[in-house]
Design a protein around this ligand. Sequence first.
Ligand SMILES: CC(C)(COP(=O)(O)OP(=O)(O)OC[C@H]1O[C@@H](n2cnc3c(N)ncnc32)[C@H](O)[C@@H]1OP(=O)(O)O)[C@@H](O)C(=O)NCCC(=O)NCCS
Length: 187
Amino acid sequence: MIEITSPIRTARLVLRPFTERDEDDMLEFESRPDVARYLLNEPRTPEDNAKELAVRLKQHALREEGDTLLLAIELGGKVVGYTLLIWLSRPDQQGEFGYVLHPDHHGKGYASEAAAEMLRIGFEELGLHRIIGRCDPRNAASAGLMERLGMRREGHFLESQFFKGEWGGEYRYALLAEEWRRSRRES
Ligand SMILES: CC(C)(COP(=O)(O)OP(=O)(O)OC[C@H]1O[C@@H](n2cnc3c(N)ncnc32)[C@H](O)[C@@H]1OP(=O)(O)O)[C@@H](O)C(=O)NCCC(=O)NCCS
């Protein structure tokens, strides 16, 4: 079990639980169609955004299998995205991670930096054995991020879901704890 009680600093970012003050920053990227394109949700209205923030306010710990830890990505005092970790299985020590970044800040490695910290939390603090990531095969930025983090593409599912009005596929990536440790030793 882990609980995030104070902000985590990476080289350029602060990762921390969402607060009520983040509603406007969050809406700025959550309302964008280009951000929601490959996410399960539609672009959020102010009402959807407020409801989602209420959920996120409670997602600061992993206590039980099924829980989600969701941390705001803060850059220069503003929330520009988030990264998450879902505890998929306690006995099998499995997790799934994810990330979203405001398009104004793409192309600088910020999402990779935040997501790498979430992998560290999953492997080193929660003691996970394996973390997966999933993305639509058309989401080249997301696939590229996972490859940059050293994850292995283990599957390409064709037309595995009916997604936003059409058949969509899925790439599934994974990283084992031992592979994570080895990459840390080598870097
Ligand atoms: C997926 C997403 C987070 C990727 O954002 P991103 O900024 O491309 O990702 P990274 O942080 O890994 O940045 C990588 C880019 O920064 C460049 N870069 C610059 N400095 C860098 C650094 N210090 N470290 C790493 N990359 C760096 C890389 O070369 C790469 O550029 P490229 O896109 O031209 O190849 C973003 O596209 C997004 O939020 N999309 C909408 C939501 C979404 O689809 N989420 C995923 C659902 S599965």
